[in-house]
Design a protein around this ligand. Structure first.
Ligand code: B16
Ligand code: MG
Length: 211
């Protein structure tokens, strides 16, 4: 392996609670039931696809595409105001040291996130410089499990996908890595799917893989 492509939410930072609060507000406005379990299904999924999952329980008047866009825009405003409270203290020392050591060992490092807020989050937590390249939700048309975000990252790094390791917390992300012909490492929730080449209990486990 020559490079590592990291997912953001659920791997480097943990913004689930903010997504939950913002989607809960949107769901309450729509009169739709929403809980943590439904929120877990939104992991790694794009903003509009997340709304479609929430609307599975919607029983009101059919919504137009324009209304759906307005709902996602409003959700994003709530989400960004919550993100504005993030600071460098929201990234663990273990995460910072693991990224720094991987760089020291000569591997390329990229971000491969579905989020359109990825750059903002990295700025908030002071991690922008830890990545050589950033591929995010603003640069792709197909969301995970499509491999586009990871293939874009590999392209920016100038690496063959087969030489890249994708680190993911979502099954959709592991599927995307596999579809892109990359090696995959699962952490958190994604371990349960049993599809990854490596299963991590902590991010620093990567240092035992990337020798
Ligand atoms: P945004 P990741 C994903 O980020 C999140 O896991 C997912 O819950 C979210 O819906 C998606 O980004 C889009 O985020 O609304 O900020 O564009 O895990 O791929 O880093
Ligand atoms: Mg994730």
């Amino acid at each position: 392996m020559k490079a590592v492509i990291f997912d953001l939410d659920g791997v480097i930072v943990f913004t689930d609670k903010f997504h939950y609060q913002a989607w809960k507000k949107a769901a309450d406005d729509l009169g739709v039931y929403f809980d943590e379990e439904i929120n877990n299904r939104l992991r790694g999924v794009s903003r509009m696809a997340s709304l479609e999952i929430i609307l599975e329980r919607y029983e009101g008047e059919p919504l137009t595409e324009r209304q759906k866009v307005e709902i996602t825009e409003k959700k994003n405003e709530t989400y960004r105001s919550l993100l504005s409270t993030m600071t460098p203290a929201d990234v663990t020392g273990e995460t910072r040291e693991t990224l720094a050591e991987i760089r020291r060992r000569g591997y390329g490092i990229a971000l491969g996130s579905s989020s359109k807020n990825a750059r903002y989050i990295l700025e908030q937590v002071g991690l922008t410089d830890a990545f050589d390249e950033i591929s995010d939700g603003t640069m792709i048309t197909h969301s995970k499990p499509d491999p586009e975000v990871f293939l874009t990252a590999a392209g920016l790094l100038g690496q063959d996908p087969a030489d890249c390791l994708v680190v993911e917390d979502a099954e959709a992300g592991i599927d995307a890595g596999i579809a892109g012909g990359m090696k995959t490492a699962a952490i958190g929730d994604a371990v349960r799917c049993g599809k990854a080449d490596y299963e991590l209990t902590a991010l620093s486990d990567l240092l035992g893989i990337l020798v």
